[in-house]
Structure formats: C-alpha cells, structure tokens
Design a protein around this ligand. Structure first.
Ligand SMILES: *[C@@H]1O[C@H](CO)[C@@H](O)[C@H](O)[C@H]1NC(C)=O
Ligand SMILES: *[C@@H]1O[C@H](CO)[C@@H](O)[C@H](O)[C@H]1NC(C)=O
Ligand SMILES: *[C@@H]1O[C@H](CO)[C@@H](O)[C@H](O)[C@H]1NC(C)=O
Ligand SMILES: *[C@@H]1O[C@H](CO)[C@@H](O)[C@H](O)[C@H]1NC(C)=O
Ligand SMILES: *[C@@H]1O[C@H](CO)[C@@H](O)[C@H](O)[C@H]1NC(C)=O
Ligand SMILES: *[C@@H]1O[C@H](CO)[C@@H](O)[C@H](O)[C@H]1NC(C)=O
Length: 455
C-alpha cells in the first residue's frame, strides 16, 4: 500500500508545496520532461471557474462575502442561461450550491453546459450561486488573519462552513436578489453544512424553500472507502505528524498537483490507471462512468484545500458513529460545550423539507446511514439513484450525469417550484401527482417505499 504513504506525505507536506522556489520549479520541469512526451491533454485543461465559464459563453459574476468572523469568501453566480431567455424580467428563483470536501464551485461546472448542474440550472430558469467555503482556492482570505502566517486562520471545520459561511451566503443572496427564500443544493460535505446551519440556527429554516442533499453526510457508520479507512486507522500518527510539522492547511491547489494531473493522469500516460484507482478508492470502485480523458481538467482545480482540523472532525464522526460537534478532548469540551463529550447536532430542529439522494455504490455516504439520517429528520424523502455503479463522485463527474441524475433533478425542482410535488413526511415521492410519478418511474429513480420492500 504505497498509495497510502504517498497520500500521507502529500497531506503532511501539501502546505509547503504551494511555495515556489527555484529547486521546486526545476523539479516540476523534470517531472514534466520525464513523463509528458506522449500525453494528450483535453481542450479544457488549465481553465479555472472564471475562464471556463467565459469559454462556454455564459455570464459569470464573482461576489465577495464577508462572514461574521471575518473570512472573505467568493461565490460565483451564473445569473441566467444563454439559450433560454436572457431578459432580466423573468422570475428566477435563486439556488445556492455548496461543494464537497476539498472541492470548489468548479464541481458544478467541469463537465460543461450539456451535463453539469450549474449550467443546466441556469438554462432551466434558475439564478445559480455556487459557494466556496473558507480555506479553499477562492476563499483563502480574511479581514485580519493571513492564511500563510496565522494558524488561527485554519481553526475551522465543516461546522464553521455551515454555521458562518453558508449563513453569510444565504443572507447575501437574499439581499442581492430581493427574494425571501432560496433553494439549496449540497454535495457530500455541502449537505453536512446544511444540516449544521439549520439545526444550530433554526431561523435559517425560514430562508430555504427546499434542501437537496446529494450523497448526504451526517452519520458515518458504514464508510467503505479504503483510503479513508486507512487514514482513520492511522489517525493518531497522522495527527502527530500534523503537530510535528505544524500542518494546518491540507491539499490546497498547488502547482505540483496540477502538474501531476497533467503528466500522470492524461491520455497516453502509463499512470492514468493509477489516477483512476485513487478516485475509485475514495469514492467507490469501478464506475464505467469515469471519463479518464477528463481527469486532468478535474485535477487542475481539485483538490482545492481545507484545514487539517476539518479532517479530524470527519474522523470523529466515523469513530463515534454520531453526528457530533468537534471533539477537543475532555477538558476543552467541558469548557466549550459544558459536557465532556461533544454534543450531537440536534436534527429535530430542522424544519425545511429535505430530499436525500443516495446510491448503492457510494463508499462514503451509505444507504444505511442515509436511512438513519432520514429517520432523524422531520421532513425528508429519500431518492435512490437507479444506476447501480453510481459512486460518491459520479454526482459531479459521471459521463452521463445528465441522464442519470441532473435532468431528473431539475424536473423535480420544477415540480417543487410549481407546487405539483407534495412533500409528505418521510413517505417517499409516490404521493406526487400520477403524471409526475409516471415520468419519474420511467426515469432513473425508485422511491423509498421500494427500497424498504427490497431489503
Ligand atoms: C483564473 O485564470 C486566469 C487566467 O489564467 C487568471 O488570470 C486568474 O488569476 C485565475 N484565477 C484564480 C483564482 O486562480
Ligand atoms: C426557461 O426559463 C423559464 C424561466 O426563466 C422556465 O420557466 C422554463 O422552464 C425554461 N425553459 C426550459 C426549456 O428550460
Ligand atoms: C444589503 O445590500 C445593501 C446594498 O445593496 C448593503 O448596503 C447592505 O449592507 C446589505 N445588507 C446585508 C445584511 O448584507
Ligand atoms: C471525456 O472527456 C474528454 C476530454 O474533456 C471529452 O472531449 C469527451 O467528450 C468526454 N467523453 C464523454 C463520453 O463525455
Ligand atoms: C432538540 O431540539 C428540540 C426542539 O428545539 C428540543 O425540544 C430538544 O430538547 C432538543 N434535544 C436536545 C438533546 O437538546
Ligand atoms: C410542474 O412541473 C412539472 C415538472 O417539470 C411538470 O411536469 C408539470 O406539468 C408542471 N405543472 C404545472 C401546473 O405547471
């Protein structure tokens, strides 16, 4: 398992890889010379959110939003589509989309206008806002703290993402659009953030029409990812290394990773299979939906960085099997939380309707855990992805994500929007109008009642 050692080293030293000095540049040069010769790079390689959206001919706005605790974040907005009416008069409901761990707003875009949800929603008449949480490529800024010097900048986990970052985004969007409410779509960690915000600050339940949770993460009792499994096993050693080398920032966008994506993962590289293997062992194995040719485009913007502390918070979820706040150890817990154990998030405070999308081949968000989550929420339904090999990352990168998920998801949102989807407590979606029901069945999902009948 050299893979694990390589990943641990990357984690520990990823911070220092950001800084370019002469020997580092030389090393990159040699790496390129050695491996690149026969590689064919995809035409979208080397584009970031702004240049990519521009290339596709879509309008893009970047807004800076300052959180209560001083982080300066960037949210990307595609205010309207290009094929379907660009006049400003139409009513366009705002949608806030939040990416997963180590990712960015690019998640919702990198398969282009025909497939990626960010573009498709804009074309379907929504006002699309794609957030970036503190610490990633687009949100590495603070009114006082310097991310390169101040350790305090990195004192956050997905708790602060939910509590501050998402809260600030919602207030900003509602202020700019003059809407009273918005739709929320999260993937993986982006769903965790929604659960935290709406349980810790119940007033935000008023501001969200509906929460769409793709591959939800709250309870983590059934994680099958070999990489995560190994890292949890060695968490003490990893934590010691973080302390020893004062590692606060993990896997931020660096030239080395971009270069590795270019020279190792492109078509023609003998190491391309290894790149697929890393993706599979994180997300779920062997999806024929992975477009290997496209990996360099993805690796150019991902990973986008997070804090070491964030990883430790995920470990605590896996270790405890509970959806709990950060574990500081007994003494500090007592001080912070007034109890020796970190408190569980109180999911019964969430009142918005939530739709939980789940799939069988997801190594991080298992169906079992999603059912537990659904039972803890007042107002949720589960929708199962029919395609059996759909993985945790296929929500973003499946070749046919439009056919397997996105088209249907947009139909579903439209039916919520025009009031034809009723959303009864924990019942599944079979209570929608018969015509809608039929079209759903013929598409890619089966309802919760079917899952229950099958297992
Ligand atoms: C995005 O790419 C453009 C062109 O390469 C560059 O000018 C810009 O600084 C990039 N933005 C970020 C945040 O990297
Ligand atoms: C075009 O946008 C409008 C709202 O702006 C929406 O109602 C309509 O469904 C969209 N049409 C298509 C084909 O997506
Ligand atoms: C709302 O937007 C206005 C400008 O349009 C700004 O002055 C005000 O501070 C904003 N309020 C909040 C709560 O963001
Ligand atoms: C796979 O990715 C390449 C490179 O971006 C792209 O040209 C191609 O159309 C993609 N294939 C499919 C089936 O999506
Ligand atoms: C969770 O929240 C509900 C509703 O506010 C409250 O009644 C209940 O006591 C809370 N549970 C815990 C364990 O704090
Ligand atoms: C509501 O939206 C659904 C899904 O797009 C559509 O099938 C249905 O015809 C719409 N109903 C009305 C009354 O517009």
């Amino acid at each position: 398992m050299y893979g694990v050692q390589v990943i641990v080293l990357l984690l520990v030293f990823s911070n220092s890889l950001r800084k370019g000095d002469a020997s580092y540049e030389l090393f990159l040069g040699i790496l390129g010379e050695l491996f690149q010769s026969d590689n064919v790079l995809p035409s979208d390689y080397g584009l970031n959110v702004t240049t990519y959206v521009e290339k596709q001919g879509y309008p893009l706005e970047s807004h800076e939003v300052v959180t209560e605790d001083g982080y300066i974040l960037t949210v990307h907005r595609i205010p309207h589509g290009v094929k379907n009416g660009t006049d400003g008069k139409r009513e366009r409901p705002p949608v806030l989309m939040m990416h997963s761990l180590l990712c960015s707003s690019m998640d919702w875009l990198y398969l282009g206008p025909e497939k990626s949800l960010g573009f498709l929603l804009a074309e379907a008449g929504y006002d699309v806002w794609m957030g970036n949480v503190r610490g990633n490529t687009w949100s590495r800024k603070h009114v006082k703290l310097d991310p390169d010097r101040d350790n305090d900048f990195w004192e956050f986990t997905f708790h602060e993402h939910g509590y501050y970052d998402v809260g600030a985004y919602i207030d900003h969007i509602l202020n700019v659009t003059k809407h009273k409410q918005l739709y929320y779509i999260g993937h993986s960690q982006g769903t965790t953030e929604l659960f935290i915000l709406t349980s810790m600050r119940p007033e935000y339940n008023e501001k969200i029409i509906h929460g769409i949770s793709l591959a939800p993460i709250a309870f983590m009792t059934d994680v099958r990812s070999p990489i995560i499994g190994m890292m949890v096993k060695f968490k003490r050693q990893l934590n010691n290394l973080f302390e020893l080398f004062n590692v606060r920032e993990l896997l931020s966008s660096s030239k080395l990773i971009k270069e590795a994506g270019k020279v190792l993962c492109a078509d023609g590289s003998p190491f391309q299979e290894y790149c697929s293997l890393v993706i599979f062992s994180l997300a779920g194995f062997d999806s024929p939906q992975l477009n290997k040719t496209h990996i360099p485009v993805i690796v150019y913007s991902t990973p986008a960085g997070t804090s070491a502390k964030n990883l430790l918070h995920f470990y605590a979820l896996i270790d405890s099997g509970k959806f709990i706040q950060f574990d500081y150890g007994r003494a500090k817990n007592l001080k912070n939380y007034n109890s020796v154990e970190p408190p569980e998030y109180n999911l019964s405070r969430i009142s918005i309707p939530i739709t939980l999308y789940t799939s069988q081949n997801d190594y991080l968000s298992s169906m079992k855990d999603v059912v537990t989550l659904s039972q803890s929420l007042k107002n949720s339904v589960i929708r199962k992805i029919k395609y059996k090999r759909f993985t945790h990352l296929d929500y973003l990168m499946a070749k046919d994500v439009d056919r397997l998920l996105n088209n249907e998801l947009i139909d579903y949102m439209n039916s919520i929007r025009n009031g034809s989807a009723s959303h009864d407590h924990n019942k599944g979606w079979h209570d929608t109008a018969p015509a809608v029901l039929l079209s759903f069945v013929s598409l890619t999902f089966v309802c919760i009642s079917l899952i229950i009948n099958c297992v």
